[in-house]
Design a protein around this ligand. Sequence first.
Ligand code: SF4
Ligand SMILES: [Zn+2]
Ligand SMILES: [Zn+2]
Length: 314
Amino acid sequence: MPLCDVCGVREAEVYQPHTGRKLCRQCFINDILRRVEDEIKRYRLIEPGDKVLLAVSGGKDSFVLLDTLSQLHDPSKLIGLSIVEGVEGYNRREDVERLRKYAAQRGVEVVVTSFKEFIGYSLDEIIAKAWKKGLKVSPCTFCGALRRRIINTYARMLRADKTATAHTLDDEAQTAVMNVLRGDPDRLVRQHPRAPRLSDKFVQRVKPLRRIYEWEAAMYAYFKGFRFQEAECPYINLSPTLRARIREHLMSIEAENPGSLLRILDTIDRIVEANLEEYRKLPPLPLCEKCGEPTAPGRRLCKTCELLEKIGIT
Ligand code: SF4
Ligand SMILES: [Zn+2]
Ligand SMILES: [Zn+2]
C-alpha cells in the first residue's frame, strides 16, 4: 500500500482524481473539513453568532453538512430540520431517529415536520391526486417547491439568520448547466452565494458543501462510520429529467477530465461576481396573491400555490 501524499506516514486509502493525490483516511477527512471552512470564509456564508437552520434528510450529504458545521460553528446555534415527504417505502422512521440521535451527540437539536403536517397531504397523496387529474407533473417538481417553502417558513419561525442545505458540487454544477441550457441567467445569479436577496421574506440560503464532490461526501460519511438512509425514493427514476441526463454527461466528462465540475463552478462564480452589481438594482419580488410568499415577476401565484391549485388542493 502506498503512503499518504500529505502526511507521508499513514497508508493511503483514497485517490482524489482532481488533485492527483493519494490520501489516508485522516488527511482526507481534514481536507474536506478545510475546504468547507474555506468556502464559508470565502463568501462569509456563516458569521460568528449566526443561527443556522440546516435542512437535513437521512442521506449522506446532510450527515456531512451536520458533521462539518458542528465542528466549524457553535452547535447550539445550529438547528436541524428534517422534512418527511410521505413516500411509502422511502421515509422510514428509523432513518430520522438515527439522524436525530447523531445530531444530539453533536449538540444539535433536530425538528421534524412533514408535507402532511404542513399542507395536509403527503407527497404520495399529492401525486395520486395529480395523476388522477391527468396532470403530467414530475413528483420532484412538487417535492422541491414544497421543501423550499417549508425550509424558508421554518427559518422565519425559528428566527434563523441563514438556512443551510447539503447541495454538493455535483448538484451545483448540474443546476448551473441546466440554467445555461434553459437560458436563465437570473437563476444562475441566484445560485451564487452572494446573490442579492430579492425579498425580505427569503431567509438567506447557504450551501457550505458546494465545492465538495458527491463521491467525497459519500467517502467522508463512510470513513466516519455513518449509516445513512439506503432506500431510494421510488419517484427518482420515474421520468428521465433534464437533470438526470446532465448528471450522466457531467459524470463522464469528470471521469475523463478530473476537476471539470470545479472548473464549471469557478468559471460561473467569476462571471456572476463581475455582474452582481447589476442584480442589486432589481426591484423586490412581488408576493403571491394566495399565500403572501414571494413569487417570480409577472406571476399572480407562486409556484407552490399554482401547482396545488392545479390539482385541487387549496
Ligand atoms: S426523488 Fe424527487 S420526489 Fe423523491 S425525494 Fe427526491 S426530489 Fe422528492
Ligand atoms: Zn495522511
Ligand atoms: Zn403562494
